[in-house]
Design a protein around this ligand. Structure first.
Ligand SMILES: [Cu+2]
Length: 151
């Protein structure tokens, strides 16, 4: 199930928040949505390469730009996403973070829906064999009796 995250929670997308710490508190799966809320014109959102994230130099490595003030970014790929604010000084001041988006919850499904394999207890198994054996034994005994009787 997809989740929608407001970046920074109640602090939203602002200069006063530690977004590395915010990102650490959450885990993101493919299909989740990030919402960046801010006063249009005061900030913006650039999805960038890791290199640009580290340098805060958005002259290259920009993958997408958002500046509506209420930007929804769908995390549709399993990869690392890097976001910065490209208003002068804001990226270096802490308006940046990276997240790892994980794949669908197939693995989790495997854990919760493990195939229900019939696991007969050793008791029922041995009693089944002994039951079979008794039938065969009686059958042989009966055959032997018939055989002896007919001669
Ligand atoms: Cu900013």
């Amino acid at each position: 199930m997809a989740s929608v995250y407001t970046v920074g929670d109640q602090d939203e997308w602002s200069s006063q928040t530690n977004y590395a710490r915010w990102a650490e508190r959450h885990s993101f799966n493919r299909g989740d949505v990030l919402v960046f809320k801010y006063v249009k014109g005061q900030h913006n959102v650039y999805e960038v390469s890791e290199e640009t994230f580290r340098s805060c130099d958005a002259s290259s490595g920009v993958l997408a730009k958002y500046e509506s003030g209420e930007d929804e970014v769908a995390l549709n790929e399993v990869k690392k996403y890097w976001f910065i604010c490209n208003v002068v000084g804001h990226c270096l001041g802490g308006m940046r973070f990276g997240i790892q988006v994980k794949g669908d919850s197939n693995v989790t499904d495997g854990v919760f829906h493990s195939p229900i394999a019939p696991t007969p207890s050793s008791n029922s198994c041995s009693s089944y064999i002994s039951q079979r054996w008794r039938v065969i034994h009686n059958f042989l005994l009966f055959g032997l009796l018939l055989f002896n009787y007919s001669f």
